[in-house]
Design a protein around this ligand. Structure first.
Ligand SMILES: [Ca+2]
Ligand SMILES: [Ca+2]
Length: 197
């Protein structure tokens, strides 16, 4: 009796070992190297049209006085490999008071933290140059920077193909009728360009 039981245990062990050593009923089919990729969608800006950046300071105008006019320009390039059909420019202004108010400013300005300059800066024009042609963005001329702040301005009339660029010129005038509340104020102008396929 003792011999049989040993044999039986040995047989079970052998089966268990066999079971763990060779997996039954497995199957593997492989498929490697499949890929879905998206095209590159990328716009960038430049001051002079040679070197392009994703983030770039474009201008700083100091010491302006009523009647002064300034123009700043920038290029926008489609650096990707998908055509851009919409290019939206948004200005975002934030006004500050800079340093001590002059006595004349104090008389008419009771907001000591917030500046007034963006209300005194008039957009004369926003022109888009593309190849040999140019066009003006409608609905901005005569508005103040404050008024167009946050508004989405469409810059394109036709798709901007891969590698193509446009030049944008923004002319701004310090309103000749600006009041003393705009003295020694400063306005930070952020611009955001959003491209859509
Ligand atoms: Ca103020
Ligand atoms: Ca002021």
């Amino acid at each position: 009796m003792k011999r049989w039981s040993i044999v039986a245990v040995g047989g079970l062990l052998a089966l268990l070992l066999l079971g763990s050593a060779s997996p039954f009923f497995t199957d593997v089919a492989k498929s490697k190297g499949n890929e879905i990729s998206s095209g590159k969608f990328d716009i960038a800006i430049s001051r002079e049209g040679t070197r392009y950046y994703n983030d770039l300071k474009l201008f700083q105008f100091s010491g302006m006085k009523p009647g002064d006019e300034r123009t700043f320009e920038f290029y926008v390039k489609n650096r990707g490999d998908i055509a851009v059909s919409k290019l939206i420019l948004v200005f975002r202004v934030s006004d500050r008071e800079v340093g001590e108010m002059s006595p004349a400013e104090k008389e008419v300005d009771n907001t000591t933290e917030t500046g007034e300059l963006s209300k005194c800066l008039i957009v004369k024009s926003i022109e888009v140059y593309r190849g040999n042609s140019s066009y003006a963005i409608n609905g901005v001329s005569g508005k103040t920077l404050r008024e167009i702040s946050g508004e989405g301005l469409e810059l394109l009339r036709e798709q901007l193909a891969e590698g193509e660029n446009i030049r944008v010129a923004v002319a701004v005038e310090f309103s000749p009728s600006a009041g003393n509340e705009c003295q020694t104020d400063s306005v930070k102008v952020d611009m955001e360009l959003t491209a859509e396929q």
